[in-house]
Ligand binder design. Structure first.
Ligand code: HEM
Length: 218
């Protein structure tokens, strides 16, 4: 730039002539050790699914006792599994005007074969939970199942609104609790242990399930 031009430029943008100082605000996340720990937790739990699980589990208070309670509940739930699935799919889903939208053919009729396929996939999901193996493979599976409900990586056509997941999770949750309350009406202590364990597990799953719904904000 010639001297003349440079002078004209500096007149137009006087701030350019001043000594530059950092305009950045102090970043407390980097400067204060306590906040720095929080930042590291945010970063680690976003990058590593097992760290996310460990952090969430300790916040929620999910322990080996809860795993034990869920494992114990398997023998109570297993005999009712088919009835639970039939109920969710053939009574709840296909009869709800919004939930059933994805289960209809192009004429608007319920696509029975497709419902049967979806029911089988849901069955596999519930059985995986009942295995009680909270390892990386399990959490990646939960994340993937959630991710198939949003338009990413091969599922570009599909978008299930988040509120419908909450609606269905909430429904399955209370349906299961009713079942346990029925089977365990003479053993309130066992009922308490199992419902507490399942409540914690539902929250843990719902968190991971929705990671890809809004990745950066989850
Ligand atoms: C409790 C929450 C839900 C669970 C646990 C769940 C479970 C699953 C599973 C396991 C899969 C399949 C993955 C595989 O191919 O193995 C799947 C896919 C699918 N889900 Fe869900 N789902 C939930 C909520 C919903 C809701 C609310 C709807 C819509 C009303 C829905 C509609 C679908 C559809 C349309 C697909 C399939 C895509 C395809 O045809 O491949 N899901 N879901």
């Amino acid at each position: 730039m010639s001297a003349g031009l440079s002078e004209a430029y500096m007149k137009m943008f006087p701030q350019e002539a001043q000594k530059k100082v950092s305009a950045g605000k102090k970043n407390l996340m980097l400067d204060i050790p306590e906040y720095n720990k929080a930042w590291n937790l945010y970063r680690d739990t976003s990058l590593d699914i097992m760290k996310r699980h460990e952090y969430m589990a300790q916040c929620i208070g999910f322990t080996d006792k809860d795993t034990e309670a869920i494992r114990e509940s398997k023998e109570l739930i297993a005999p009712h599994l088919e009835a639970i699935l039939d109920h969710i799919y053939w009574e709840k889903l296909v009869n709800d005007p919004w939930l059933s939208r994805w289960f209809r053919d192009e004429t608007g009729k319920i696509a029975k074969d497709y419902v049967t396929v979806r029911r089988a996939r849901q069955r596999r999901f519930l059985l995986k939970i009942l295995e009680c193996k909270w390892d990386e493979e399990f959490w990646n599976y939960v994340r993937w199942v959630g991710a198939v409900h949003v338009p990413i990586f091969g599922f570009e056509e599909l978008y299930i609104p988040m509120r419908l997941n909450f609606a269905l999770w909430g429904y399955i949750h209370h349906y299961l609790f009713n079942l346990l309350a029925e089977v365990l009406k003479d053993d309130p202590e066992k009922l308490r242990r199992m419902t507490i364990a399942w409540t914690k597990m539902f929250w843990l799953i719902i968190d991971v399930y929705h990671i890809d719904y809004s990745a950066a904000w989850a």
